[in-house]
Design a binder for this molecule. Structure first.
Ligand SMILES: Cc1ncc(COP(=O)(O)O)c(C=O)c1O
Length: 409
């Protein structure tokens, strides 16, 4: 595709106006890493200034009531709900994804006692496996079992309490069939828990329609909530009375300011709060999620598939045989990213960043390019592949400086 053809696609892109909702980096850099850290929404700095200087600085503790801080987790959750196909009363925002994984996994295992197996897949995102390993170590008899993706349904026996899967794989971008696997888990009497970190804000999710039981996901990736933004969690309405938060903090109590000795969980999703809500992070996340206002998630997904397909087509046409494809070829089976494999992947990504195109690298050899549909243009894809072709043609990635590993890859 020529740049002019890509510009024509941008000109008729219904999501094109959304790009103005973001503070773009200076110098025209192309950002293909919104799957790791979303861009800064234009409204966020002013919102944080208001919260810090006005609500905190002037309102002080009264702002918990007057500025609505106590309800902020509920408000942000209500904004996330339509993006994931949930009802507002099924979502809460709290803690990190890792912590929410622990809370929901532990609750599910408790609810399905005496079943003693948690099922997941090898190569799942590390935090998911680590949390489950330690949960299994905490509860005598509990076991984490990992099986390959195509063996999951067969492994859903009567001893399985919980199936935990990441919907879009962080390294390969492969998408699981949420409806099929949630149904299989349910048939086996197990609870399904989905990590939506690489799905929320990029795919057209329908948790209710898919029959998913539980879910968690990051606020700082496609939801644009900022570094370390709070995470969201989902509990299907039908399971809410049955599940209890193992991190039973005072903010999840039915009456936090009654200061009772005994824990009485709140009847709503507030029970999934533990400690005091992080107001600065929640305010930034609210602005991040507001960048989706008026946006159809079906259009977001359609554009996400077109962008990644264009990138892959161009790489295959212009750099044949240079990279191995490390993601599914069918865009419907691929999240909003393209993964390419190359033994010198790290240095190539660093050289590309020096040329103004940000992607990232995942061990052992994967170059990862994410396409956030709200701010990525078709011309960005063409320009990014141009620069990748230059980096490869000139062997610029061979400069020794590009091989030095940074803390964050
Ligand atoms: C699939 C997946 N799950 C969980 C996490 C970690 O989330 P958190 O840092 O909020 O615990 C990440 C982070 O990249 C991720 O990609």
């Amino acid at each position: 595709m020529t740049r002019a053809q890509a510009a024509a696609l941008d000109a008729r892109d219904p999501l094109a106006p959304c790009r103005a909702r973001f503070a773009l980096p200076e110098g025209g850099a192309i950002y293909l890493d919104g799957n790791s850290l979303g861009m800064l929404p234009r409204a966020t700095p002013e919102r944080l200034r208001t919260v810090v200087e006005g609500e905190w600085g002037q309102g002080l503790i009264g702002s918990w009531t007057s500025a609505g801080w106590m309800d902020l987790p509920v408000r942000v959750a209500a904004r996330i709900a339509p993006l994931i196909g949930a009802e507002p009363h099924e979502v809460m925002v709290a803690d990190s994804t890792s912590v929410n994984l622990f809370k929901l996994a532990a609750a599910a295992v408790k609810a399905r006692r005496p079943r003693r197996v948690i099922l997941s897949e090898p190569g799942n995102f590390p935090t998911d496996l680590y949390v489950l390993q330690e949960l299994a170590a905490l509860i005598p008899g509990l076991e984490l079992r990992t099986v390959a993706a195509d063996e999951i349904e067969g492994a859903l026996g009567e001893e399985v309490a919980l199936l935990l899967l990441t919907h879009v794989h962080y390294r390969t971008g492969a998408v699981h069939d949420m409806a099929r696997l949630s149904a299989a888990a349910r048939r086996a009497g197990a609870i399904s828990l989905w990590d939506l970190s690489h799905s929320a804000g990029a795919l057209d999710l329908d948790l209710r329609g898919a029959g998913a039981d539980l879910a968690v996901g990051c606020g700082y990736k496609y939801l644009n909530g900022g570094p370390g933004a709070p995470s969201f969690l989902y509990v299907a309405e039908r399971l809410q009375a049955e599940l209890s938060n193992p991190v039973a903090g005072w903010m999840g109590h039915a009456a936090p300011f009654a200061f009772e000795d005994g824990y009485r969980p709140c009847g709503s999703m507030r029970r999934w709060l533990a400690g005091t809500p992080p107001i600065l992070g929640l305010a930034a996340l609210e602005e991040g999620v507001r960048t989706f206002e008026g946006v159809s998630m079906a259009e977001v997904r359609a554009k996400s598939m077109r962008l990644s397909e264009l990138f892959l087509d161009e790489v295959e046409a212009r750099l044949p045989g240079v990279f191995a494809r490390a993601c599914p070829r069918d865009p419907a089976r691929r999240g909003s990213q393209v993964s390419l494999a190359h033994p010198d992947g790290y240095a190539i990504v660093q050289a590309l960043i020096a040329e103004g195109v940000t992607g990232d690298f995942r061990e052992p050899d994967v170059l990862r390019f994410g396409f956030a549909p709200l701010y990525t243009r078709y011309v960005d894809v063409i320009d990014a592949v141009d620069r990748l072709a230059e980096v490869m043609a000139q062997g610029r990635w061979r400069e020794p400086a590009f091989a030095l590993r940074k803390v964050v890859t």
